[in-house]
Design a protein around this ligand. Sequence first.
Ligand code: SF4
Length: 102
Amino acid sequence: MTDERDLIGRATGGGPVGVRARSTVGLVPDEVFKERTAACLRCEFHAEAVDDRVLIGRAATGSSGYCRRSGWTIGEKARLALAVCPEPSLDDDRLSRWGELR
Ligand code: SF4
């Protein structure tokens, strides 16, 4: 028999309540993450971090970079589904430099 704690855990993407599970809700798939980070690494607003953002960014992407337009480390920003690139594409201003609708 399924108890209430188990149902709540499944509904929130984890196991039974009380069991810590890593949620992937709100994150983009690896393929999108790689496309976004590749665009950032080509972008003139990409900069190498000079503070503790280095460690976070490098762990996530192999890059120590961050976005000078938004202030985010590339590795964090590119992983979040709701994050947006603030700059228009150089080819189509309806799209961001990530190639996503603005
Ligand atoms: S988020 Fe956009 S503006 Fe910022 S570094 Fe990446 S491509 Fe450039």
